[in-house]
Design a binder for this molecule. Structure first.
Ligand SMILES: [Zn+2]
Length: 240
């Protein structure tokens, strides 16, 4: 309870920061095509960005070596900074249209290219978005991960299941919370609806990977319901 009060207070402060005008990015397809993808090596398991090095894949990062996450792999395309961060913030908090098609195209190129090994031939995954809490969905009128996941499934010719997971309670935005509160914030925040069959292979889509707590909570719920393999793909990844 004490944590919740603290986390609410921190999120309120952060809201003030998010209300400050952010740079208005150029969201044209040609501008999005030039957004710089992370070019160096990543942790093969959680996709943590390393600041140097390239293929062959390096060893897992320290946290993954100590306690592997419940998903099989995670990858993010961009650092959550600059125009990418501005685009996501102005979409989520100011209702500005997000360049869903252009960003989905960039993700598809990565999935078909350097992330190809994550999706084995012959076992096409079902694309599942991280759900929004119903109240947040009602307030915003959209769920950004679902918009992106829908386009991805269409581009890649994969099945799409936006109802495989549901949000069970209101969460504070992970990007606004210090690490110590993120796990608590998403604990039991997702569940597989009763009686719903979960596909064996899942491509879980979110907009931002912050600490991994959201992806882990979703993966735990999906694996408890019978999923075998879960690959997480996000547009951006928080970097310090
Ligand atoms: Zn890792």
């Amino acid at each position: 309870m004490k944590h919740l009060a603290l986390s609410t207070w921190i999120a309120e402060l952060a809201t003030l920061r998010d209300l400050l005008p952010v740079a208005t990015p150029d969201l044209s397809p040609s501008a999005v095509a030039r957004w710089p993808a992370h070019a160096f090596a990543v942790c093969p398991r959680c996709g943590a960005f390393f600041v140097s090095g390239s293929a062959p894949q390096p060893a897992p990062c320290g946290p993954c070596a100590a306690a592997p996450p419940p998903f099989d792999a995670a990858r993010s395309l961009f650092a959550y900074a600059g125009d990418v961060r501005s685009a996501i913030i102005t979409t989520k908090y100011a209702g500005r249209p997000f360049p869903v098609d252009a960003v989905s195209l960039r993700l598809c190129e990565a999935i078909a290219g350097r992330w190809r090994d994550l999706i084995p031939d012959g076992a096409p995954p079902t694309v599942v978005p991280v759900p929004a809490h119903p109240w947040k969905y009602f307030r915003r009128g959209f769920n950004l991960p679902a918009l992106i996941a829908s386009r991805l499934s269409r581009h890649l010719g994969l099945p799409f299941d936006p109802l495989a997971l549901s949000g069970t309670r209101q969460r504070l935005p992970q990007a606004r919370l210090p690490g110590i509160l993120r796990q608590e914030n998403v604990e039991r925040a997702f569940r597989v609806p009763r009686g719903r069959n979960v596909p064996p292979a899942i491509l879980l889509v979110d907009d931002v990977y912050t600490s991994g707590a959201t992806a882990e909570a979703c993966a735990r719920a999906l694996k408890c319901a019978g999923a075998d393999s879960i690959v997480v793909v996000t547009v951006a990844r928080a970097v310090s």
